[in-house]
Design a protein around this ligand. Structure first.
Ligand code: HEM
Length: 417
């Protein structure tokens, strides 16, 4: 087969992938002048794809499956075992319903309101502080908001520990060494604790409201009409708690964009209708790195762009590279929200949270939540507080996945407007 697919000469590319991070796939696509190439990851032959057309084929469910596709290091930290990410067919459709209900605008507004209350409650502390690390503060604020929202409010004494646990699940996934192992331990602890919470709901010693995610996941009937195993229900509860907290990264990137491109802040402040804000948020999600790529396996043999894909081949699709693909985006390395004015979403070009549709495929069900929390934060940062960004290390390491400005974005001082 692979006579026609460009391939890496190195025996194995795992270390290069970890070292080069987000740049690994785009660099090689450019080197080979191709949107597809082959390399070995952990010694396994893997096809790497990037771009809008590649996204269309990667999301073809007749050709690809996610069952058993995610590497162990992701399942043991980021995803957990038995969750929606690794399901297909009827099992995926039924489980996904649980999450699609979260896209309801009233429910999203409730989360935004709860989170904004926690934000505003912190302002006196921010004003009194010498410095505020936006990333750390946002993690805690959103952690409080999302726990209230799912029906599992946190005591003040639990906040720091729960926030640490959830952020570890996210940033240990791509880490090597001790940090990765801390993430695995955090997942075990969190799943054990939340499985107990699920049992308490089922035994009625806890009674969260019917409209809460905690109630819904505890009583969810799966494709075979049975309740979820308590541990799997805990995995799905974490599938909401963890990514909602992760929105803090995009909030840091939005604040960074306003810092690096000060005219953006002025345009956002002047934007009465909200049209520019929407474009700005899309550009933040396109421009800044978050999850680098996705993994699937071929279900059947097929040919695409003259390349034969054998059955059961590991395939990696480049999310970051597609968001920066010069064949899709004009001048992709410039930060330009105006590119989204009148933009039509094909479902496969802007893919920071996956492609195709949330209802019909594995695409993230949390995009509206993400955008709503980002919007709330941008409004607060532009309309309710003034702040300075002192000298600090704002570099974004490309070999940390997901990454972040090194300083976490320090604001000092902060004043209410
Ligand atoms: C912080 C911003 C977020 C990013 C960058 C992000 C990114 C992603 C990506 C790349 C996928 C994989 C898509 C695929 O496999 O094709 C995904 C799936 C998923 N996301 Fe998000 N997400 C974010 C926020 C959220 C939020 C707020 C929720 C809360 C509901 C959420 C829940 C999920 C779930 C449950 C899946 C699995 C869907 C499935 O397999 O069908 N995410 N997300």
């Amino acid at each position: 087969m692979s006579s026609r697919v460009p391939h890496e000469k190195a025996l194995d590319s795992t270390l290069a992938f970890l070292r080069e991070g987000y740049d690994f796939i785009p660099r090689r696509c450019e080197k080979h002048g191709s949107t597809i190439f082959e390399a070995r990851l952990l010694m396994e032959k893997t096809l790497f794809l990037r771009g809008e057309e590649a996204a269309r084929v990667f999301y073809d469910r007749e050709r690809f499956t996610r069952e058993g596709a995610a590497p162990g290091r992701l399942r043991k930290t980021l995803f957990g075992e038995g969750g929606v990410q690794g399901l297909e067919g009827q099992a995926h459709r039924v489980r996904k319903q649980l999450f699609l209900g979260l896209m309801d605008p009233d429910r999203i507004q409730e989360l935004v309101d709860l989170t904004r209350d926690h934000w505003r409650a912190r302002l006196p502390k921010w004003e009194a502080a010498q410095r505020v690390v936006l990333f750390g503060e946002m993690n805690e604020i959103i952690c409080q908001g999302v726990h209230d929202w799912v029906g599992l409010p946190l005591a003040d004494s639990e906040l720091a520990e729960r926030t640490r646990e959830l952020t570890l699940l996210i940033d240990s996934a791509g880490a090597i060494g001790i940090h990765h192992w801390k993430g695995r331990a955090a997942r075990k602890r969190a799943e054990r604790r939340l499985a107990d919470v699920i049992e308490s709901v089922r035994s009625q010693s806890m009674t969260p409201g019917d409209h809460t995610f905690l109630h819904q996941v505890a009583w969810h009937r799966d494709w075979d009409d049975t309740l979820l195993d308590a541990r799997v229900a805990a995995v799905e509860l974490l599938n909401v708690l963890r990514p909602v907290v992760a929105v803090s990264r995009y909030i840091v990137f939005a604040a960074l964009a306003m810092h690096h491109y000060p005219e953006e802040r002025r345009k956002l402040q002047a934007d009465k209708e909200g049209g520019y804000r929407a474009c700005f948020l899309e550009e933040v999600r396109r421009f800044y790195p978050f999850f680098p790529c996705l993994v699937a396996r071929t279900r059947v043999p097929f040919e695409w762009q003259g390349v034969e894909f054998p059955k059961d081949r590991q395939v990696v699709f480049d999310l970051y590279g597609t968001n920066h693909d010069p064949y899709v985006w004009q001048d992709p390395e410039s930060f330009n929200p105006d590119r989204f004015t009148g933009w039509e979403d094909s479902g496969f070009a802007l893919v920071p949270q996956g492609g195709d549709t949330a209802a019909g495929n594995h695409r993230c069900p949390g995009e509206r939540i993400t955008l709503a929390l980002m919007l709330m934060a941008v409004e607060e940062l532009t309309q309710t507080i003034d702040y300075q960004i002192p000298d600090q290390d704002l570099a974004i390491p490309q070999d940390r996945m997901p990454t972040l400005p090194r300083s976490g974005l320090v604001l000092s001082p902060v004043r209410r407007q």
